[in-house]
Design a protein around this ligand. Structure first.
Ligand SMILES: [Zn+2]
Length: 272
């Protein structure tokens, strides 16, 4: 199938949208700046104290489901937060035990980190995590093979295009569905790397979904509750979701549901 041919998403939808929220707590900035950088640590504490609750209200108001990618230590710190996510029928996936880069870990260390994080999630939600996003998208050559061995079904690390794809380093094991992220679909780019008005993000994302809807493709967004959950940035998310819902034919779905649908309807032999 040609890259630009429309895809038939379920129920006549013209495009698909995945909303993923990386719950880093303090651990993302600790890994990046050090445990003694209280400027960033205090900023990021907003994640579980305030941001995630505003995000959950936005999603509930619009009746859409999303995927939350958890740092394992955040699950340990605030089990009430992940239970609220599960109670609202959102998916929980892994995002590293303490946000250390997988790039710097051996395959064995990555496997242990994934098992520990997935176990913490399952203890709270009762469901096995089947998806993974590497901390800061810093994966290694081993990451997908480890995910295959552990039975993970999807990964959101590789910006491979605008459609899902299959990654199958071990041909004897089930492939992992790759859901492509983008730094342009990351709230950090608008509200951390720079401070821009919410309309900047909204206008960019609206144009993105217009193009992808015309082409029948997939938009995979990455947010952080301490960033998009701040008051004004939350309006970028609300305005964008209002627009997407008004289009009437975009499938807003959890990452596991998109990966499952892609697996059921596309053969790895035909996909790139
Ligand atoms: Zn992160």
């Amino acid at each position: 199938m040609a890259e630009t041919a429309p895809q038939n998403w379920p129920a006549g939808h013209r495009a698909a949208l995945v909303l993923s929220f990386d719950v880093d707590g303090e651990y993302g900035v600790i890994n990046r700046y050090g445990a003694d950088d209280w400027y960033w640590r205090s900023q990021a504490r907003y994640d579980l104290d305030a941001g995630i609750w505003r995000v959950l209200n936005v999603l509930a108001d619009l009746d859409v489901q999303a995927t939350f990618c958890w740092v394992g230590r955040c699950v340990e710190d605030r089990p009430d937060a992940i239970r609220a996510v599960a109670d609202a029928d959102h998916e929980s996936a892994t995002h590293g035990w303490d946000h250390r880069y997988y790039r710097d870990m051996s395959a064995e260390e990555q496997a242990e980190d994934l098992r520990r994080t997935a176990s913490a999630i399952e203890d709270q939600t009762g469901e096995a995590a089947i998806g993974h996003k590497s901390p800061s998208w810093r994966f290694s050559d081993d990451t997908v093979a480890v995910l295959q061995q552990l039975g993970f079904r999807w990964n959101m690390d590789l910006a491979i295009g605008d459609l899902p794809g299959f990654n199958q380093p071990d041909s004897a094991l089930d492939p992992v569905v790759q859901l492509p992220p983008s730094r342009l679909w990351d709230d950090y780019s608008y509200f951390v790397d720079q401070i821009a008005p919410p309309d900047n993000a909204y206008n960019m994302w609206r144009d993105d979904i217009d193009v992808l809807r015309a082409e029948g493709k997939l938009m995979c967004m990455t947010f952080h509750p301490w960033v998009i959950g701040r008051p004004a940035p939350s309006r970028a998310l609300v305005h964008f979701l209002d627009y997407v819902v008004s289009l009437g034919d975009v499938w807003i779905a959890r990452a596991d549901h998109v990966a499952q649908w892609w697996r059921e309807t596309h053969s790895p032999d035909k996909a790139q």
